[in-house]
Design a binder for this molecule. Structure first.
Ligand code: HEM
Ligand SMILES: *[C@@H]1O[C@H](CO)[C@@H](O)[C@H](O)[C@H]1NC(C)=O
Ligand SMILES: *[C@@H]1O[C@H](CO)[C@@H](O)[C@H](O)[C@H]1NC(C)=O
Ligand SMILES: *[C@@H]1O[C@H](CO)[C@@H](O)[C@H](O)[C@H]1NC(C)=O
Length: 490
């Protein structure tokens, strides 16, 4: 047969199939823009500003609507009410993880971020316990973060008050905290193994955020049949996993059950306890994926937030001055900041919250999935359906936060200057899938920023009025534009 005829036949049956799939489900799903065959609603979205596109669509279709990303329908939840109803009130049903084909191929559904069901529950419970300071022996997590804060300050001092782009140094500190938790010691910022890890996660974020990856997720067959950056991603995953495995074997040789040094030791002890259990979730391979997940989730998120934080502090010198006055008053110039100080520092607390609210780091959250057929409002959402929640619509709600597009710590302060909590603060998401490293991330943001502002005056190389704080969104995370600054020792 003529190849052209084959092509036309294939395309048209594909087309028919996709039309049929769409119409067979339409009755139950929330409304939404009419999808084109095969490509769905992709042309109706601005890939550079997905969150804004969703917000525009919610004005037409309401807070709950259906989008087709390629052939795959996705239910979008927009606004506090809908997001809270799903993630919190129906927490169990909405606790599934939406599919991410590239990650599934790299992880085989193991680990914590992309796993589901019993496997996810057990690994998550274990990770939360370990990260919350139970079980990791004598050395607290706070102690590890404080150590890194001191090293970070020393590293910044080496810039000699000359203009520098802080990306690299601010990337090292959070990565080293994860190293300290997983491998029990931090690395020098020039250590070769360490630099390899930093670089790998930096590269992975770039790959995951690329339009190519968006394409791979909408059309997973691309992953199997085409070359491309996803191959590099798989290679990077394999490298980190083998490094962790090597370390785990060293740990096994020197393990003291009564004195776990780090996350690996805790995991090995759990493995030992479950030795008889054929179905145990605690295996060496699962350890390597979980460790990889902690790096992946805990490095770039925190370092991007820190980088954005300094840019906002440069843009708003009056805010910085107030923070520094509070630090002087509560901690002074010499003692290392600790978490206890936070309760006496409402302004700093408000500034950190406002930074996270304003930058809206992960605008459309990680994809969720429903764990069973569920009636939501007046719709029927079938088991396994991908759910996107707009965190932007919550963090930038204009009733809860008047002038949401303006950076203003008063969004988290009452009239008397006390810290004011908000249920709309969902930078870490909410419910059963909520960020497992929230406590750690908050500790890092508070201790690192306080330590920096205690020791340095930040000096912009351009007039603060000319600093542009609009994010360069990349489809997944909001990233600040690149900039330079000077750290002038006090
Ligand atoms: C500023 C820093 C951070 C932000 C804004 C952040 C935000 C988030 C968000 C939005 C999610 C998705 C939640 C959901 O699916 O509903 C998430 C998941 C996760 N985060 Fe974080 N995160 C940060 C730092 C960290 C750190 C330091 C760790 C440390 C280990 C971490 C570990 C995780 C893990 C393991 C998950 C997956 C949880 C699961 O699927 O059950 N994160 N994070
Ligand atoms: C959203 O709608 C506004 C006004 O209708 C339009 O100017 C803007 O381009 C739209 N943005 C996106 C990303 O769709
Ligand atoms: C990870 O845990 C799951 C538990 O469901 C187990 O089936 C799997 O074999 C483990 N991974 C490996 C390959 O060791
Ligand atoms: C997305 O669109 C909104 C409103 O149109 C704008 O304020 C925001 O800066 C845009 N974000 C990016 C990254 O272009």
């Amino acid at each position: 047969m003529d190849p052209a005829v084959v092509l036309v036949l294939c395309l048209s049956s594909f087309l028919l199939l996709s039309l049929w799939k769409q119409s067979s489900r339409k009755g139950k799903l929330p409304p939404g823009p009419t999808p084109l065959p095969i490509i769905g609603n992709i042309l109706q979205l601005d890939i550079k500003n997905i969150s804004k596109s969703l917000s525009n669509l919610s004005k037409v279709y309401g807070p709950v609507f259906t989008l087709y990303l390629g052939l795959k329908p996705t239910v979008v939840l927009h606004g506090y009410e809908a997001v809270k109803e799903a993630l919190i009130d129906l927490g169990e049903e909405f606790s599934g993880r939406g599919s991410f084909p590239a990650a599934e191929r790299a992880n085989k559904g193991l680990g914590i971020i992309f796993s589901n069901g019993k496997r996810w529950k057990e690994i998550r419970r274990f990770s939360l316990m370990t990260l919350r300071n139970f079980g990791m022996g004598k050395r607290s997590i706070e102690d590890r973060v404080q150590e890194e804060a001191r090293c970070l300050v020393e590293e910044l001092r080496k810039t000699n008050a000359t203009p520098c782009d802080p990306t690299f140094i601010l990337g090292c500190a959070p990565c080293n905290v994860i190293c300290s938790i997983i491998f029990h010691n931090r690395f020098d910022y020039t250590d070769e193994n360490f630099l390899n890890i930093v670089e790998i996660f930096d590269e992975n974020v770039k790959i995951i955020s690329s339009p190519w990856m968006q394409l791979c997720n909408s059309f997973p067959m691309v992953l199997d049949y085409f070359p491309g950056s996803h191959k590099k991603l798989f290679k990077n995953v394999a490298y980190v996993k083998s490094y962790v495995l090597e370390k785990a074997k060293e740990h096994q040789a020197s393990l003291d059950i009564n004195n776990p040094r780090d996350f690996i030791d805790c995991f090995l002890i759990k493995m030992e306890q479950e030795k008889q259990n054929q179905q145990s979730e605690f295996t060496l391979e699962n350890l390597t994926v979980t460790a990889f997940d902690l790096f992946g989730a805990g490095t770039e998120t925190t370092s991007t937030t820190l980088r954005y934080a300094l840019l906002l502090l440069l843009k708003h010198p009056e805010v910085t001055a107030k923070v520094q006055k509070e630090i002087d008053h509560v901690i002074g110039r010499h003692r290392s900041p600790c978490m206890q100080d936070k309760s006496h520092m409402p302004y700093m607390d408000a500034v950190v919250h406002e930074i996270q609210r304003y930058i809206d780091l992960i605008p459309t959250n990680l994809p969720h999935a429903v764990t069973r057929d569920i009636k939501f409002r007046n719709y029927l959402i079938p088991k396994g359906m991908t759910i996107l929640t707009s965190l932007t619509s919550v963090l930038h709600d204009d009733k809860e936060f008047p002038n949401p597009e303006v950076f203003d710590p008063r969004h988290f302060l009452d009239e008397r200057g006390n810290f004011k909590k908000s249920d709309y603060f969902m930078a870490f998401s909410a419910g059963k899938r909520m960020c497992a490293g929230e406590g750690l991330a908050r500790m890092e943001l508070f201790l690192f920023l306080t330590a920096i502002l205690q020791k340095f005056t930040l000096k912009s190389v351009v007039d603060p009025k000319d600093i542009d704080t609009t994010p360069i969104t990349n489809g997944f995370a909001s990233v600040p534009p690149s900039y330079q600054l000077c750290f002038i020792p006090m």
